[in-house]
Write a protein that binds this ligand. Structure first.
Ligand SMILES: Nc1ncnc2c1ncn2[C@@H]1O[C@H](COP(=O)(O)OP(=O)(O)OP(=O)(O)O)[C@@H](O)[C@H]1O
Length: 540
């Protein structure tokens, strides 16, 4: 193993044998890395007595841990295959898939909240049911509970500060007899808006009390993400709202922090794409963070045109549903899917655009062939146009116009963004896949779209690419050589006032993801008071 602890505290994490250990520390101080080393040490220690023991590494975002773990192969070495890295929900889904038949849910298919509202089929279950169903299964089948309790000798929980009641219940089930290492940073608690689900920052204090001082390890402030300390100092200054601090001035001076303002909204995509291209040309991995999915879709299009490989992490429900409906149309054209599937997918899209517990009447009308004759006539016309499309490119173009053609009431933006993403996926499949005919091409596009939609449901891993585009809330646990933070006039930053504790924590997480450089792009003119001081620091 090549991991070398950088300080005695990291060494303590690696060596801990306590039943419960809490590891605290700021961004980039090595919580995840030293916990992976602790997993390795555990497996080595028990190799003779328990050769089949495993370690479970639970996180909120599988892609973030998978990214770290892929670099940490050298830490886990041959023990890598004994470490399961997954999100709470993907763990629950795996239990439901294997043992769901014990509580009448055999062959369960995970569906979006919108599809859940339509109540489509017995075997379909929604995201919010995953953990409760797992607990039900364990209750109904003591053998399953026993299996889950004994499978992992060590359970590690990343981002513990953001766990809610459901995650706690699951943890109690699986880790009752296991050793537990909890990793946390109160300053990165950014899901407090989920208070109803039991997310509360005090959970960390409670865990520390339970672990006792001897098993609570506070890692020193030094960030190993940027050993120069420049970026961590900027992130800390931003969290403390010390905009005129020496740390920020020095980072700007060194061009490690670049702030550009006065970017017109009409130039946003081209400006961001240019910055990303320049950074990528310097061989830097780049993460782009924004509040806006419309920007992500347009940016994805622009980067594809520039030939820059990238991934869009996580989509909104409506966007994922629109993507699903449009790919269903492509499958219909090639004869790989039925018209009924298209109608169902449109109904799900209509439901995803609707707030509240119920699906809108128009969703049922689309599915059942009922409702106004104009709607049915429009659907027939769409069906005909899709059937007559001469090529996959043409099908994608027809699908892109379907929202207008059908006169759907809401979320035309999401539909348009999905169309943009689909044409990017088409271009990528045409360029890179070995697909030879229309069926294979559509299958390649659908596979990518399904992966993206599935990632929104369980936050599972997308294929990591060096350029990642994501929403501000998807930043946790990630890191990149350079981060591009796009803040727009009118961005919603909650209702809090100075010192803006939640927004400041969010900015801290976002700013602390960079290894080398942070570029802040301010689009528009008048900014929310929480970020306005950044404009005053802009270079242009
Ligand atoms: N002992 C070490 N030796 C070499 N590199 C290290 C060591 N500890 C941490 N690092 C590196 O520092 C970076 C940050 O580490 P890590 O992701 O483990 O921190 P973290 O505390 O989990 O961060 P965050 O809370 O921001 O996600 C990674 O690139 C990791 O490889």
């Amino acid at each position: 193993m090549t991991f070398a602890p950088q300080n005695p505290e990291q060494q303590r994490v690696v060596a801990t044998q306590a039943e419960l250990t809490v590891v605290l520390g700021g961004a980039g101080v090595g919580k995840t890395t030293s916990a992976l080393a602790a997993a390795h040490a555990h497996l080595e220690r028990v190799a003779e007595s328990e050769p089949h023991d495993r370690v479970l590494f639970l996180s909120f975002s599988r892609s973030s841990v998978a990214r770290i773990a892929s670099r940490a192969n050298e830490i886990l070495g041959r023990r890598g295959s004994q470490v399961d890295i997954m999100t709470f929900h993907s763990l629950a889904f795996s239990v439901v898939r294997r043992f769901g038949n014990l509580v009448g849910h055999g062959d369960a298919v995970l569906v979006s909240p919108a599809r859940e509202k339509l109540g489509l089929a017995q075997h379909e279950i929604g995201y919010s049911r995953l953990i409760p169903l797992t607990l039900e299964i364990a209750q109904a089948a003591p053998a399953v509970a026993e299996h889950l309790r004994t499978r992992w000798g060590l359970v590690i929980v990343d981002e513990f500060q953001d766990t809610g009641d459901a995650q706690q219940d699951l943890l109690q089930l699986i880790a009752r007899d296991s050793r537990l290492i909890l990793l946390g940073d109160p300053n990165q608690c950014i899901y407090t808006f989920l208070a109803e689900d039991g997310v509360r920052v005090e959970r960390i204090d409670e865990a520390c009390s339970a672990a006792g001082t001897e098993n609570t390890i506070l890692l020193p402030e030094t960030s190993f993400r940027d050993p120069s300390g420049i970026i961590p100092a900027v992130a800390n200054a931003i969290r403390g709202r010390l905009f005129d601090s020496e740390a920020i001035a020095a980072a700007i001076q060194d061009e490690r922090l670049v702030i550009q303002d006065g970017i017109p909204l009409s130039d946003e995509t081209s400006h961001v794409a240019r910055v990303v291209s320049e950074l990528a040309a310097e061989d830097m991995g780049v993460a782009v963070f924004t509040h806006h999915n419309d920007m992500l879709a347009a940016l994805s299009d622009a980067l594809e045109a520039d030939g820059i490989e990238h991934e869009v992490a996580g989509l909104s429900d409506a966007l994922a549903a629109a993507l699903d409906a449009q790919t269903a149309m492509a499958r219909f054209r090639t004869g790989d899917g039925t018209w009924g599937i298209v109608l169902e997918a449109i109904a799900v899209f209509l439901t995803s655009a609707q707030r509240g517990q119920k699906a809108p009447p128009i969703a049922y009308q689309v599915m059942n062939g009922s409702g106004p004759t104009t709607l049915q006539a429009r659907l027939s016309a769409l069906r005909e146009r899709l059937s007559e499309a001469g090529s996959i490119r043409e099908v994608i173009e027809v699908a892109a116009t379907a929202h207008d053609v059908l006169g759907l009431p809401q979320k035309s933006g999401a539909w348009q963004q999905a169309a943009t993403l689909l044409s990017v996926m088409y271009a990528r499949a045409a360029r890179t896949s070995s697909a030879r005919d229309d069926h294979q091409m559509v299958a390649a596009i659908c596979a990518e779209a399904r992966e993206a939609s599935y990632a929104t449901l369980t936050d599972s891993a997308l294929s990591p690419r060096e350029v990642q585009l994501m929403n501000l809330y998807q930043t946790k646990g990630r890191e990149a050589d350079a981060t591009v933070v796009v803040l727009r006039e009118g961005d919603f930053m909650g209702y809090e006032s100075e010192p803006f504790p939640t927004t400041s924590r969010l900015l801290y997480v976002v700013f602390s993801r960079a290894r080398h450089k942070i570029v802040v792009l301010l689009v528009g003119n008048r900014f929310h008071a929480a970020v306005a001081p950044l404009a005053a620091l802009a270079a242009n």
